[in-house]
Design a protein around this ligand. Structure first.
Ligand SMILES: [Cu+2]
Length: 495
């Protein structure tokens, strides 16, 4: 998996390799195809598939990845570096040195005259220009049109949820649209601060475009990791949304390909086979927790830190993951056996602002991630996992009472219920909902004697058992028909 690094940490030879691959792509003509794709997206306005809409982030993720793969055809060691403008904010940054991006524009024409992309090298002539533009040399005008985003502006943007909101364009509120906040408040100023060629529809003519957008993509990936329950919006077919911006819309200009990219297809950047160099810092090795051991002390020592834990469930049952202390932490529970599968997240169900997750868990390894509710705060906490595998909490179903809501939250989960028969006769135990439940009836008076099992006798794929039962205590166990299936359901008992 390729690692995209902070440009300020690149070695001299890594910088040289990136520059050489970019110039080779320019020489073979492919670079300008990329520039033309970006210009064409803007020129399709008001049907721009790439900007001022929800797909701004997915489109550029796909676009950067294709550019990176093209560079790797030339030199497999190269990845796109990112430019963290919250740190490297002046013309004196090493980013602008003559061995990398070259410097600011000079004179009234703002021509870039230093570095590998200076017109005078004869190797960087702009051929894809905005309509009416005739300048074929790279131009920059640092700071003339605005200032670079600050760390606090980035932090504030990363706290915005949901992903996007109506009207799904540049008018979406920057307090209810993470996408528009990032696009308008963080991304646009980067283009404007560099100025010159970066102001154009053909802005990829300036190679710093890729480093700037790489940082935008990194911030999106961080937001995704910190908000695992916030999904991409909107779904395809949402009225008023420009084609290409719905979750499953093919994204132009790649929409004629056999399996065209969609916003959905790029949501997991690891699946696109790259990662960022700072991800390990916030995804440490999981610290093992022992069930029913005293709480483990820990702390969120840095703003944005995410602590990771794991624990092993050997017997299915009800388990409680809980934090203690005065720090407002948020806990995510993942698994079983897959740290990428989110089971649930909790902020404040525990004492004070602590989090508490109680779940029926099947056997397997589970993962816990702990972060501060505020992306800028730190503090101490402790965390524990308690188990009641021997005596799981068994919810009671009232005969002829309301249906009880349940969820198969994890693969292989078994949910147990109990009900009491007071007068003998036929009792119908039935599930409802869209989840393919499998029902096992056990008893009376124990959880091991099998009375009946059923998969699909109810409506749809629901299960139903009608049994003549004597007075006593009975148990109904629900699992998903598929060992890997999950989903909500309800269960009722009627006479
Ligand atoms: Cu763009």
């Amino acid at each position: 998996m390729g690692i995209r690094k902070n440009q300020s940490s690149l070695t001299t030879s890594e910088k040289a390799a990136f520059v050489a691959a970019v110039k080779a792509l320019k020489a073979n003509g492919d670079y300008d195809v990329f520039v033309a794709q970006h210009r064409a997206a803007f020129m399709a306005s008001p049907n721009d598939p790439a900007h001022r809409g929800p797909a701004f982030l997915p489109w550029h993720r796909e676009y950067l990845r294709r550019f990176e793969l093209a560079l790797q055809q030339i030199d497999p060691s190269v990845s796109i570096p990112y430019w963290d403008w919250t740190v490297d904010r002046t013309a004196g940054a090493s980013l602008w040195a003559a061995n990398f991006m070259g410097g600011n524009g000079a004179g009234a024409s703002r021509q870039v005259t230093t570095g590998p992309f200076a017109f005078s090298t004869g190797e960087w002539t702009l051929t894809v220009l905005d309509p009416g533009d005739t300048i074929t040399f790279l131009t920059r005008a640092f700071g003339a049109m605005g200032s670079l985003p600050t760390q606090s502006a980035v932090d504030a943007a990363k706290n915005v949820v949901p992903y996007d909101s109506s009207p799904w364009n540049s008018n979406s509120s920057t307090s209810t649209s993470f996408r528009n906040r990032l696009e308008a408040v963080i991304h646009n100023p980067g283009h404007m601060w560099v100025g010159g060629s970066m102001m154009a529809m053909s802005s990829p003519n300036d190679p710093v475009f890729w480093l700037h957008h790489c940082n935008i993509d990194r911030l999106w990936a961080e937001w995704q990791r910190e908000n695992p329950t916030e999904n991409y919006l909107p779904p395809s077919g949402t009225p008023g949304v420009v084609a290409g911006h719905g979750l499953d819309d093919p994204m132009p200009p790649w929409d004629n390909e056999t399996s065209p990219p969609t916003p959905r297809s790029v949501l997991d950047h690891h699946a696109l086979d790259y990662t960022y160099d700072n991800e390990e810092a916030v995804s440490p090795e999981a610290v093992p927790l022992t069930i029913d051991a005293p709480a483990a002390s820990a702390s969120i020592g840095q703003a944005g830190e995410v602590d990771a834990y794991s624990f092993v469930v050997s017997a299915a049952g009800s388990y409680v993951v809980e934090t203690q202390g005065s720090t407002d932490v948020v806990v995510g529970l993942y698994g079983p056996n897959d740290m990428a599968v989110l089971i649930t997240e909790d902020d404040d169900s525990g004492a004070a602002t602590n989090s508490r997750i109680e779940r029926n868990l099947s056997a397997g390894t589970y993962y816990v991630r702990v972060r501060h509710y505020s992306g800028t705060s730190v503090g101490n906490y402790s965390i524990s996992v308690r188990g009641s595998a021997a005596q799981p909490i068994i919810p009671t179903i009232q005969v002829n009472g309301p249906a009880v809501q349940g969820t198969i939250a994890a693969a292989n989960e078994r949910d147990m219920y109990t009900f009491t028969v007071t007068s003998p006769g036929t009792h119908t135990i039935e599930t409802a909902g869209n989840t393919d439940c499998f029902l096992t009836l056990l008893g009376p008076g124990n959880q091991t004697t099998l009375i009946a099992q059923d998969d699909d006798s109810g409506p749809g794929t629901n299960s139903r058992i009608a049994a003549n039962l004597a007075p006593g205590v009975y148990f109904a166990q629900i699992r998903h028909y598929s060992p890997s299936g999950t989903g909500p359901y309800s269960i009722s008992v009627r006479t």
